[in-house]
Ligand binder design. Structure first.
Ligand code: SF4
Length: 242
């Protein structure tokens, strides 16, 4: 696996300033901070993917949260969405611990990488279509580097689903036409034009507070999707409640 390639990619992503609105926002949030984190130094830059370079399962979110990953510099780390996601990853046996509080907290992922189609925190968690498209080359390159080991992908929410399908097509997987619609529990196989072969794609409601606080996405629902996707990716899981 080209781990140097992925590490180099992460380094290039961190320096990106292609979207003026997002650069301004992420840096303003890092300057003004939330009162609870006033004594912390915010990351305030694009957030690279997190997880091993030979991951067989990829989780795709939306974009970093202003006071979560934009603060800590690691995907889904330091916010309520991440609390739910990492607890579920731990419950099914894909993470070394159930909490993610900072980039140096010692958390490891087992065979799983987490990324997002937009790498900078957007105002109101809403990137524009132009910003999504500007950021796609980073995702495409990440997928190219993961392709030798990648077997399954879980996409959290409709935005990520719509952003990732064109990236899959660019990298060499066959995306049906018309494009399949996002749904929680959606599962489809994307054939490959190139080796090593197809991948299994799973849809899951996003772990946003809007979904988890209302019960639209329960911990059991999330564990079920992650556990099934881990099986499709050939990853061992531990017994979990569903
Ligand atoms: Fe660069 Fe992506 Fe951030 Fe835009 S959203 S500045 S393309 S890293």
């Amino acid at each position: 696996m080209d781990s140097g390639g992925l590490a180099e990619l992460d380094g290039r992503i961190i320096g990106c300033r292609a979207c003026p609105r997002l650069v301004e926002w992420r840096e303003e949030v890092a300057r003004t901070k939330r009162a609870a984190f006033a004594d912390e130094t915010y990351w305030g830059r694009p957030v690279p993917g997190f997880g091993p370079a030979d991951a067989s399962l990829l989780i795709v979110g939306l974009a970093p949260a202003a006071h979560g990953a934009n603060r800590t510099g690691r995907m889904f780390t330091g916010d309520r969405s991440g609390d739910v996601l990492y607890q579920a990853l731990y419950d099914v046996g894909l993470a070394s611990r159930s909490t993610a509080v900072s980039a140096d907290d010692g958390l490891s992922l087992y065979g799983v990488r987490i990324t997002s189609p937009v790498r900078c925190a957007p105002p109101a968690n809403k990137p524009t279509p132009e910003e999504r498209d500007a950021c796609r080359p980073w995702l495409v390159r990440e997928l190219e580097l993961l392709r030798p080991s990648l077997r399954a992908v879980v996409v959290l929410g409709a935005f990520g689903w719509q952003a990732v399908l064109p990236a899959f097509a660019e990298v060499g997987w066959v995306v049906p036409r018309p494009r399949p619609a996002f749904a929680h529990g959606a599962r489809l196989t994307l054939g490959a034009r190139l080796s090593p072969g197809s991948i299994e794609l799973f849809g899951c409601f996003h772990v946003s507070q809007r979904n988890t606080f209302t019960g639209r996405l329960t911990p059991a629902m999330l564990r079920d999707v992650l556990g099934t996707a881990a099986g499709a990716a050939g990853l061992p899981t531990k017994p979990y409640a569903s």
